[in-house]
Design a protein around this ligand. Structure first.
Ligand SMILES: Cc1cc2nc3c(=O)[nH]c(=O)nc-3n(C[C@H](O)[C@H](O)[C@H](O)COP(=O)(O)OP(=O)(O)OC[C@H]3O[C@@H](n4cnc5c(N)ncnc54)[C@H](O)[C@@H]3O)c2cc1C
Length: 400
């Protein structure tokens, strides 16, 4: 049965990233007809690793995708935390079976391109979701409280499409966000992520199995296997001015090695392995700003891009998609009310997680006495207690 109401018009989703693809599937499962637009010519193999915690996996399970994702995912037994000053292992966080049994879903590391491809294949197999690439959503012409006319740019030609609602899943530099009065702008955080992936055989045996998190003054490093354990994802996060014109750029390995010059030799050796590095400016959007206006709603990075220091950016966009669809089911004849209820339900949780990410940005980069205190607490912590600290985040499921 279609729930497109009396109008028979589709819902347009701007952006076929992780949030947009998931929203298309969740809304389609409720019977809505979807037009999913992305400005990219093709959804190509870009990006590197991201973390899919049990809360995100619970939504992907509802969509029947866990089996398709399994060959691409990797579930480390531990995150090992090191001091980059001394090279000492400070603590371990128990992951793997412990988290799966605790929350009912796995904690996975996955390549963004693999996750996007699995979501895309399901979208392409779904009658009722029309995917339009090379289509950039640029404006809305009518009042947001009436049926909308979405204006898009399609390979030099601009077109109009009537719709019931517009969901902006168009990322941190969202154009849809500009349609929301009083919206927050994206801000550069002063932090840059240097990223690379390498074949797992290229790295020493020691780094092939668990995730690693290294703390140093003004920088930290994360590495974990992706692609079913066949590649290692390496991310160096540093405080740096951003001078490039675009928000991601090719990075110079020599510059990176200079930044990490006083790190342990084994880490510096790891950083020499990739032939190519990319760097990304880390930007955020204050989750406290408005996410909805009439028949327009923002999800994911468009609403609340966060620093990656809780590894919850993709997970929050996946959660948003599920909850937006739930409200569209409950209150389908009154979309503005459904969107407002979605925003009310989500905001506190997302602000909480965005806040932890900001705090981690400071804690991970402590030096001196603060670093000493942090490291002492970590040394005294049990691996399972460290894993249980985030029960409220990882234990979330869409039905809550
Ligand atoms: C190319 C790319 C690579 C990334 N790589 C990583 C990674 O390796 N690790 C990680 O943790 N996070 C990565 N991220 C970020 C991560 O995917 C997001 O933080 C998270 O998944 C939330 O996703 P989102 O769907 O809200 O936004 P995004 O994933 O940013 O997706 C937004 C989508 O909207 C499209 N778009 C933008 N403007 C318009 C418009 N006006 N009209 C139509 N379409 C539009 C973009 O082309 C993009 O496909 C990446 C994002 C992108 C876009």
């Amino acid at each position: 049965m279609s729930t497109n109401g009396e109008t028979g018009l589709p819902i347009i989703i701007a952006g076929a990233g992780i949030g947009g693809l998931t929203a298309a599937l969740c809304l389609h499962a409720q019977g809505h007809e979807i037009v999913l637009m992305d400005r990219a010519r093709q959804l190509s193999e870009v990006g590197a690793g991201l973390q899919l915690s049990p809360n995100a996996c619970s939504v992907l399970d509802q969509l029947g995708l866990l089996e398709d994702l399994t060959p691409h995912a990797y579930a480390p037994d531990f995150v090992k935390i090191f001091s980059a000053k001394s090279g000492e292992e400070l603590a371990r966080v128990t992951m793997g079976t412990f988290l799966k049994e605790r929350h009912g879903y796995p904690f996975w590391e996955i390549h963004r391109a693999d996750l996007q491809r699995v979501l895309l294949e399901k979208v392409q197999a779904s009658d009722g979701i029309s995917l339009r690439l090379s289509s950039e959503v640029i404006d809305l012409e009518s009042s947001p409280y009436e049926h909308l006319t979405c204006v898009f740019q399609d390979d030099e030609i601009s077109g109009n499409l009537h719709c019931r609602a517009l969901v902006g899943a168009d990322g941190v530099w969202s154009r849809t966000r500009r349609l929301i009065p009083g919206h927050e702008d994206a801000h550069y955080s002063g932090q840059v992520a240097y990223r690379a992936t390498v074949p797992i055989d290229a790295v020493p045996e020691r780094w092939r199995h668990d995730a690693g998190l290294w703390f140093h003054k003004s920088a930290h490093l994360v590495h974990y296997p992706v692609r079913g354990g066949r590649e290692l994802n390496i991310v160096g996060l540093v405080e740096e001015a951003w001078e490039d014109e675009t928000w991601s750029a090719k990075a110079n390995k020599e510059t990176l090695l200079k930044i990490f010059r006083d790190w342990p030799t084994e880490v510096r050796n790891l950083l020499t392995i990739p032939d190519a590095w990319l760097k990304w400016a880390l930007c955020s959007v204050d989750a406290g700003g408005p996410w909805t206006h009439g028949n327009i709603a923002l999800i994911g990075d468009a609403a609340h891009a966060m620093l990656p220091f809780m590894a919850q950016g993709a997970a929050m966009s996946i959660e948003d998609a599920a909850i937006l669809a739930e409200h569209m089911h409950q209150d389908v004849e009154n979309i503005p009310a459904a969107f407002r209820a979605f925003e009310r339900q989500r905001k506190q949780r997302v602000q909480h997680i965005q806040g932890i990410s900001f705090r981690n940005a400071r804690t991970f980069h402590y030096g001196g006495a603060m670093a000493f205190a942090r490291d002492t607490v970590l040394r005294l912590s049990k691996p399972t207690s460290l894993a249980a600290r985030f029960d409220d985040i990882y234990g979330w499921t869409p039905g809550q």
